[in-house]
Design a binder for this molecule. Structure first.
Ligand code: SF4
Length: 267
Protein backbone atom coordinates (compact mmCIF):
# COMPACT_ATOMS: atom_id res chain seq x y z
CA UNK A 1 0.00 0.00 0.00
CA UNK A 2 1.23 3.53 -0.72
CA UNK A 3 -0.02 7.08 -0.17
CA UNK A 4 -1.25 8.26 -3.58
CA UNK A 5 -2.29 11.77 -2.54
CA UNK A 6 -2.98 14.13 0.33
CA UNK A 7 -5.76 16.72 0.21
CA UNK A 8 -6.20 19.47 2.79
CA UNK A 9 -9.05 21.67 3.94
CA UNK A 10 -8.69 24.25 6.73
CA UNK A 11 -9.92 21.50 9.12
CA UNK A 12 -9.10 18.05 7.81
CA UNK A 13 -6.34 16.20 6.02
CA UNK A 14 -7.50 13.47 3.67
CA UNK A 15 -5.18 10.73 2.46
CA UNK A 16 -5.76 8.60 -0.62
CA UNK A 17 -4.09 5.20 -0.43
CA UNK A 18 -3.44 2.85 -3.31
CA UNK A 19 -3.49 -0.88 -2.55
CA UNK A 20 -1.08 -3.37 -4.15
CA UNK A 21 -3.82 -4.41 -6.59
CA UNK A 22 -4.55 -0.83 -7.64
CA UNK A 23 -7.66 0.10 -5.60
CA UNK A 24 -7.97 3.45 -3.87
CA UNK A 25 -9.33 3.97 -0.36
CA UNK A 26 -9.17 6.94 1.99
CA UNK A 27 -8.42 7.98 5.56
CA UNK A 28 -9.07 11.32 7.24
CA UNK A 29 -7.03 12.86 10.01
CA UNK A 30 -9.38 15.04 12.01
CA UNK A 31 -9.52 17.01 15.25
CA UNK A 32 -5.73 17.08 15.10
CA UNK A 33 -5.60 13.69 16.84
CA UNK A 34 -7.73 10.99 15.28
CA UNK A 35 -7.39 8.95 12.10
CA UNK A 36 -10.61 7.68 10.54
CA UNK A 37 -9.66 4.66 8.44
CA UNK A 38 -11.41 2.56 5.79
CA UNK A 39 -12.14 -1.13 6.33
CA UNK A 40 -13.22 -2.13 2.82
CA UNK A 41 -12.84 -1.10 -0.82
CA UNK A 42 -16.38 0.19 -1.29
CA UNK A 43 -19.29 -0.90 0.90
CA UNK A 44 -22.00 -3.55 0.54
CA UNK A 45 -24.57 -1.49 2.47
CA UNK A 46 -24.81 1.12 -0.32
CA UNK A 47 -26.48 3.84 1.72
CA UNK A 48 -28.25 6.22 -0.65
CA UNK A 49 -26.78 9.31 1.05
CA UNK A 50 -23.13 8.18 1.17
CA UNK A 51 -20.43 8.47 -1.46
CA UNK A 52 -18.46 5.49 -0.10
CA UNK A 53 -20.88 2.74 -1.09
CA UNK A 54 -22.05 4.13 -4.43
CA UNK A 55 -20.35 1.38 -6.44
CA UNK A 56 -20.95 -1.42 -3.94
CA UNK A 57 -18.23 -3.61 -2.47
CA UNK A 58 -15.07 -4.57 -4.37
CA UNK A 59 -13.27 -6.37 -1.58
CA UNK A 60 -12.49 -6.40 2.13
CA UNK A 61 -9.34 -4.74 3.38
CA UNK A 62 -7.07 -7.03 5.36
CA UNK A 63 -6.06 -6.20 8.95
CA UNK A 64 -2.63 -5.28 7.62
CA UNK A 65 -4.11 -2.87 5.06
CA UNK A 66 -6.19 -1.21 7.80
CA UNK A 67 -3.12 -0.94 10.01
CA UNK A 68 -0.99 0.35 7.11
CA UNK A 69 -3.21 3.44 6.78
CA UNK A 70 -1.93 4.35 10.24
CA UNK A 71 1.61 3.02 9.79
CA UNK A 72 2.22 5.14 6.68
CA UNK A 73 1.17 8.29 8.54
CA UNK A 74 2.30 7.78 12.11
CA UNK A 75 5.64 9.56 11.71
CA UNK A 76 4.09 12.69 10.25
CA UNK A 77 0.90 13.03 12.31
CA UNK A 78 0.23 13.06 16.09
CA UNK A 79 -2.33 10.21 15.86
CA UNK A 80 -3.84 9.40 19.25
CA UNK A 81 -6.82 7.29 18.24
CA UNK A 82 -8.37 5.34 15.39
CA UNK A 83 -11.97 5.42 14.15
CA UNK A 84 -13.03 2.51 11.97
CA UNK A 85 -15.65 4.74 10.40
CA UNK A 86 -14.40 5.46 6.89
CA UNK A 87 -15.28 3.48 3.77
CA UNK A 88 -16.84 0.08 4.53
CA UNK A 89 -19.15 -1.74 6.92
CA UNK A 90 -17.11 -3.36 9.74
CA UNK A 91 -19.92 -5.86 10.53
CA UNK A 92 -19.23 -7.52 7.16
CA UNK A 93 -15.48 -7.85 7.78
CA UNK A 94 -15.30 -8.66 11.49
CA UNK A 95 -12.33 -11.05 11.62
CA UNK A 96 -9.99 -8.59 9.86
CA UNK A 97 -11.31 -5.67 11.95
CA UNK A 98 -10.64 -7.71 15.09
CA UNK A 99 -7.07 -8.42 14.03
CA UNK A 100 -6.50 -4.76 13.10
CA UNK A 101 -7.86 -3.72 16.48
CA UNK A 102 -5.24 -5.82 18.21
CA UNK A 103 -2.50 -4.23 16.08
CA UNK A 104 -3.72 -0.75 17.01
CA UNK A 105 -3.98 -1.68 20.68
CA UNK A 106 -0.35 -2.80 20.66
CA UNK A 107 0.50 0.78 19.59
CA UNK A 108 -1.40 2.11 22.61
CA UNK A 109 -4.22 3.56 20.49
CA UNK A 110 -7.89 3.77 21.38
CA UNK A 111 -10.16 2.41 18.66
CA UNK A 112 -13.79 3.33 17.99
CA UNK A 113 -16.07 1.71 15.41
CA UNK A 114 -19.18 2.80 13.48
CA UNK A 115 -21.62 0.28 12.05
CA UNK A 116 -25.08 0.16 10.48
CA UNK A 117 -25.71 -3.20 12.19
CA UNK A 118 -25.79 -5.16 8.93
CA UNK A 119 -25.58 -8.12 8.89
CA UNK A 120 -26.87 -9.05 12.32
CA UNK A 121 -24.53 -12.04 12.62
CA UNK A 122 -21.48 -9.80 12.08
CA UNK A 123 -22.93 -7.07 14.28
CA UNK A 124 -23.27 -9.50 17.20
CA UNK A 125 -19.56 -10.32 16.93
CA UNK A 126 -18.48 -6.72 16.32
CA UNK A 127 -20.12 -5.30 19.45
CA UNK A 128 -18.21 -7.84 21.57
CA UNK A 129 -14.76 -6.84 20.29
CA UNK A 130 -12.24 -5.06 22.51
CA UNK A 131 -13.14 -1.59 21.18
CA UNK A 132 -13.21 1.74 23.03
CA UNK A 133 -16.51 2.92 21.60
CA UNK A 134 -19.10 1.74 19.11
CA UNK A 135 -21.68 3.87 17.33
CA UNK A 136 -24.72 2.14 15.91
CA UNK A 137 -25.76 4.27 12.93
CA UNK A 138 -29.56 4.21 13.19
CA UNK A 139 -30.34 7.09 10.78
CA UNK A 140 -34.04 6.14 10.62
CA UNK A 141 -36.49 4.22 12.75
CA UNK A 142 -39.58 3.83 10.56
CA UNK A 143 -39.10 0.87 8.18
CA UNK A 144 -40.17 2.93 5.15
CA UNK A 145 -37.54 5.56 5.95
CA UNK A 146 -34.87 2.90 6.50
CA UNK A 147 -35.72 1.51 3.06
CA UNK A 148 -35.06 4.93 1.52
CA UNK A 149 -31.66 5.30 3.18
CA UNK A 150 -30.02 1.87 3.36
CA UNK A 151 -29.32 -0.33 0.34
CA UNK A 152 -29.50 -3.40 2.59
CA UNK A 153 -30.48 -3.42 6.24
CA UNK A 154 -31.66 -5.60 9.07
CA UNK A 155 -34.91 -4.97 10.98
CA UNK A 156 -34.03 -2.35 13.57
CA UNK A 157 -35.69 -4.39 16.33
CA UNK A 158 -33.33 -7.30 15.66
CA UNK A 159 -30.29 -5.02 15.78
CA UNK A 160 -31.45 -3.36 18.99
CA UNK A 161 -32.27 -6.70 20.61
CA UNK A 162 -28.75 -7.94 19.85
CA UNK A 163 -27.32 -4.77 21.39
CA UNK A 164 -29.63 -4.96 24.41
CA UNK A 165 -28.54 -8.53 25.05
CA UNK A 166 -24.89 -7.47 25.04
CA UNK A 167 -25.52 -4.43 27.23
CA UNK A 168 -27.42 -6.54 29.76
CA UNK A 169 -24.36 -8.71 30.26
CA UNK A 170 -21.91 -5.74 30.32
CA UNK A 171 -20.45 -3.72 33.17
CA UNK A 172 -21.55 -0.10 33.52
CA UNK A 173 -18.19 1.16 32.19
CA UNK A 174 -18.57 -1.07 29.13
CA UNK A 175 -22.16 0.14 28.57
CA UNK A 176 -20.86 3.70 28.34
CA UNK A 177 -18.89 2.74 25.24
CA UNK A 178 -22.02 2.46 23.09
CA UNK A 179 -24.06 5.18 21.45
CA UNK A 180 -26.58 5.69 18.66
CA UNK A 181 -25.73 7.75 15.58
CA UNK A 182 -28.35 9.69 13.64
CA UNK A 183 -27.53 11.64 10.49
CA UNK A 184 -30.17 14.31 9.88
CA UNK A 185 -31.20 14.53 6.23
CA UNK A 186 -33.68 17.19 5.21
CA UNK A 187 -37.17 15.95 4.37
CA UNK A 188 -36.15 12.29 4.74
CA UNK A 189 -35.54 11.41 8.40
CA UNK A 190 -35.87 14.75 10.20
CA UNK A 191 -39.60 14.32 10.87
CA UNK A 192 -40.91 14.31 14.42
CA UNK A 193 -42.17 10.72 14.15
CA UNK A 194 -38.72 9.26 13.42
CA UNK A 195 -37.11 11.51 16.02
CA UNK A 196 -39.64 10.60 18.68
CA UNK A 197 -39.16 6.89 18.03
CA UNK A 198 -35.40 7.42 18.20
CA UNK A 199 -35.74 9.31 21.47
CA UNK A 200 -37.80 6.53 23.01
CA UNK A 201 -35.21 3.90 22.03
CA UNK A 202 -32.34 6.00 23.40
CA UNK A 203 -34.19 6.63 26.63
CA UNK A 204 -35.14 3.02 27.12
CA UNK A 205 -31.61 1.79 26.39
CA UNK A 206 -29.95 4.71 28.20
CA UNK A 207 -27.77 5.49 25.23
CA UNK A 208 -26.50 8.86 24.03
CA UNK A 209 -27.54 9.99 20.55
CA UNK A 210 -24.85 11.53 18.39
CA UNK A 211 -26.87 13.79 16.12
CA UNK A 212 -24.94 14.41 12.93
CA UNK A 213 -25.48 17.04 10.29
CA UNK A 214 -25.47 15.73 6.72
CA UNK A 215 -22.74 16.84 4.34
CA UNK A 216 -24.24 17.42 0.91
CA UNK A 217 -22.37 15.40 -1.69
CA UNK A 218 -22.41 16.45 -5.36
CA UNK A 219 -24.43 14.01 -7.47
CA UNK A 220 -25.96 12.19 -4.47
CA UNK A 221 -29.12 14.28 -4.25
CA UNK A 222 -29.84 14.57 -0.51
CA UNK A 223 -29.93 17.82 1.43
CA UNK A 224 -28.68 18.73 4.88
CA UNK A 225 -30.88 20.52 7.41
CA UNK A 226 -30.43 24.21 8.25
CA UNK A 227 -28.70 25.30 11.47
CA UNK A 228 -32.11 26.10 12.95
CA UNK A 229 -33.57 22.71 12.03
CA UNK A 230 -30.50 20.99 13.45
CA UNK A 231 -30.87 22.86 16.70
CA UNK A 232 -34.62 22.15 16.80
CA UNK A 233 -34.01 18.40 16.44
CA UNK A 234 -31.40 18.59 19.21
CA UNK A 235 -33.78 20.42 21.55
CA UNK A 236 -36.64 18.07 20.70
CA UNK A 237 -34.58 15.06 21.80
CA UNK A 238 -33.22 16.90 24.83
CA UNK A 239 -36.78 17.72 25.93
CA UNK A 240 -37.55 14.01 25.76
CA UNK A 241 -34.79 13.50 28.33
CA UNK A 242 -32.29 12.05 25.87
CA UNK A 243 -28.55 12.73 26.12
CA UNK A 244 -27.54 14.21 22.77
CA UNK A 245 -24.20 15.27 21.32
CA UNK A 246 -23.75 17.27 18.12
CA UNK A 247 -21.40 16.83 15.17
CA UNK A 248 -18.18 18.68 15.60
CA UNK A 249 -17.06 20.94 12.75
CA UNK A 250 -14.53 18.36 11.52
CA UNK A 251 -17.33 15.93 10.72
CA UNK A 252 -19.17 18.64 8.82
CA UNK A 253 -16.37 19.37 6.42
CA UNK A 254 -17.04 18.66 2.70
CA UNK A 255 -13.49 17.26 2.66
CA UNK A 256 -13.41 14.20 4.85
CA UNK A 257 -16.70 14.79 6.71
CA UNK A 258 -19.15 11.93 7.32
CA UNK A 259 -20.22 10.16 4.13
CA UNK A 260 -17.82 11.98 1.82
CA UNK A 261 -15.03 9.41 1.47
CA UNK A 262 -14.92 7.64 -1.84
CA UNK A 263 -13.05 4.93 -3.72
CA UNK A 264 -11.12 5.69 -6.87
CA UNK A 265 -10.85 9.46 -6.32
CA UNK A 266 -9.05 11.08 -9.24
CA UNK A 267 -5.83 12.61 -7.91
S1 SF4 B 1 -22.66 5.17 5.46
FE1 SF4 B 1 -21.26 3.54 6.11
S2 SF4 B 1 -22.49 1.68 5.80
FE2 SF4 B 1 -23.49 3.27 4.57
S3 SF4 B 1 -22.57 3.10 2.49
FE3 SF4 B 1 -21.39 4.65 3.66
S4 SF4 B 1 -19.66 3.48 4.49
FE4 SF4 B 1 -21.25 1.97 3.94
Amino acid sequence: MRIAAELKSPLNRLFVFETEDGYRVESVFYKGERLCISSQVGCPVRCAFCASGKKGLFRNLSAEEMFNQYKLLKEKLPIKGIAVAGIGEPSTNVSEVEEALELFKKEGLKVTISTSGYPIKGFKRLIRLNHDGLTLSVHAVKPETRKKLFGVFEPLDDILNALKEHLSESSSSRRKKFQLGYLLIKGVNDDRENLELLGRIAREMRLTVMLMAYNEIPGVGFKGVSEQEYEDAFLFLRKMGVRVTLSNRFRRDPLGGCGTLTIGREV
